[in-house]
Design a protein around this ligand. Structure first.
Ligand code: NAD
Length: 484
């Protein structure tokens, strides 16, 4: 932490109603650097009464915030955006310390996080209502969009800043107040965003960061009738739980859940190019990415050359502490994630997969998993069924396009899919046949503020980014002006 230029960005208390508050009786939890396994700090743990107080503060701040002009809210958001970029180096360092991702990826995430703030500050200006041709005599019909109210935002550890701004910027821009509950592994990034929000001039109670035991915090948030929207990014397992809890008060729910992305290589594709793209799509964020290419389907005519190119290019992956220059694969978030990755690899090998790359004896620490390549993966293997959230690539050959589509869709998930090839007929057939919320052809990069991010099936509900991102935090009020 001493490595930060601005030590005031390191906050260990929660941020509620414009104040930094400690949990009752000084309760706190250690935050661990997954690379060194050292404790980098402690984060306060609020209790249920303090979460209630935070909800009341967000509720109290709502009337004044929602009546500000969209431009006035945009000015504050604009300052927040600029402050993120001005403090990029510190924010990135803090993120690498608590999350483990390589520093360059962390810097990229700060740019990405800031880009949502700028986008939504602008886009909220165009959150138009409608005029409706009247079917009622002498009446004027239309609709306006109104902020939904207090929004609870629960976020994961793999993108500790961007998952917050992608939600908060949309909510704040349309006039909601927010309560952010970050993952316990990465609270410091969230609290640094709160420090910058304070400097940007958000009024007290508009932006709050509450830290505490996850089950308790989410139960209090879900039970409160004052919280009108719940936006969650995380695992499908927890998403289901939260949907059940939120049902009691009928909240508007937005769920960005897990993925099990297919990466499809068509027979007319250049093998080297396809292998590099698959590596980029698999090993970003050390495989701990909801968009990670989990199941790589390669046309049989290219299968062995693809495996050879993939294995060779994996030689460029350098595993180590994310703060060290040249490292592009950090640790996993904890030892449990490493154990799960090993289980998935063992399961696949037992069921007949070929282990082509992946020597765990080379791991530089307990929380590291060496990039692994499995060939001949089949549908009965856990690595095919489950989101592995580790640098484990599973590859298999395909022959028939229609069977391939059925295989790619043979998952409860439906977040992202990648297609590599040039012949428009199969490309178009795949675009239409793949049951995924996002399909990217010949590009690993697909996300960003202007596009609707989200999944189908059990990958979630709702969209983030784009103009649709505002829908999650606004509601339509229809009006009928009769007697004209
Ligand atoms: P997680 O579901 O374990 O945790 C997410 C959040 O929920 C954290 O804030 C955590 O503290 C909280 N939480 C955990 N258990 C809880 C419980 N029982 N009740 C209430 N809250 C609880 O997920 P994670 O491991 O932090 O993140 C990884 C998951 O997130 C992966 O499945 C990944 O695909 C998904 N993800 C999805 C997207 C997307 O946009 N679709 C983006 C990033 C990550």
């Amino acid at each position: 932490m001493h490595m930060l230029k601005d030590p005031r960005l390191v906050r260990q208390l929660a941020y509620v109603n414009g104040k930094w508050i400690a949990g009752h009786e000084g309760r706190d939890e250690a935050v661990i650097d997954p690379a060194s396994e050292e404790t980098i700090g402690r984060c306060t743990q609020l209790d249920a009464s303090q979460i209630e107080h935070a909800i009341d503060s967000a509720q109290a701040a709502l009337p004044a915030w929602r009546v500000l002009s969209v431009d006035a809210r945009g000015v504050i958001l604009g300052r927040w955006h600029d402050l993120l970029l001005e403090n990029k180096e510190d924010l990135a360092r803090l993120m690498t310390l608590e999350q483990g991702k390589p520093l360059d990826e962390a810097r990229g995430e700060i740019d990405y996080a800031a880009s949502f703030i700028r986008w939504f500050a602008e886009e909220a200006r165009r959150a138009y209502g409608e005029t409706i041709p009247s079917h009622i005599r002498d009446a004027q019909l239309g609709s306006v969009r109104e902020p939904i109210g207090v929004a609870a935002l629960i976020t994961p550890w793999n993108f500790p800043c961007a998952m917050i701004t992608r939600k908060a910027a949309a909510a704040l821009a349309v006039g909601c107040t927010v309560l952010v509950k970050p993952a316990g592994e990465t609270p410091f990034s969230a609290l640094a965003l709160a420090e910058l929000a304070e400097r940007a001039g958000f009024p007290a109670g508009v932006f709050n960061v509450i830290t505490g035991e996850p089950e308790m915090v989410s139960q209090v948030l879900c039970a409160s009738d004052k919280v009108k929207a719940l936006s969650f990014t995380g695992s499908t397992r927890v998403g289901r739980l939260l949907l059940q809890q939120a049902a009691a008060t009928v909240k508007k729910c937005s769920m960005e859940l897990g993925g099990n992305a297919p990466f499809i290589v068509l027979p007319d594709m250049d093998v080297e190019q396809a292998a590099q793209a698959a590596i980029d799509a698999k090993f970003q964020t050390t495989g701990q990415d909801c968009l990670a290419a989990n199941r790589i389907f390669v046309h049989r005519s290219l299968y062995e050359p693809f495996l050879a190119a993939f294995a060779r290019r994996m030689g460029e992956l350098t595993v180590g502490n994310g703060l060290v220059r040249g490292v592009n694969q950090g640790p996993l978030i904890n030892a449990k994630a490493v154990a799960k990755a090993q289980e998935l690899v063992d399961d696949a090998v037992t069921k007949g997969a070929r282990l082509l790359v992946g020597d765990q004896s080379q791991a530089p620490g307990r929380n590291f998993f060496m990039p692994t390549l499995l060939a001949d993966v089949t549908a009965d293997m856990r690595v095919y069924r489950e989101e592995n959230f580790a640098p484990v690539a599973g590859v298999m050959a395909w022959d028939d396009l229609e069977q391939l589509i059925a295989q790619a869709n043979d998952t409860e998930y439906g977040l992202a899919a990648y297609v590599y090839g040039h012949d428009m007929r199969p490309v178009w057939r795949l675009l239409r046949g793949l049951e995924f919320g996002m399909v990217s052809v010949n590009s690993v990069k697909m996300t960003g503020p202007p596009v609707p991010f989200g999944g189908v099936k059990q990958s979630g509900l709702g969209r983030e980014g784009s103009r649709h991102g505002l829908d999650e935090y606004s509601q339509i009020k229809y009006y009928c002006l009769g007697g004209l």
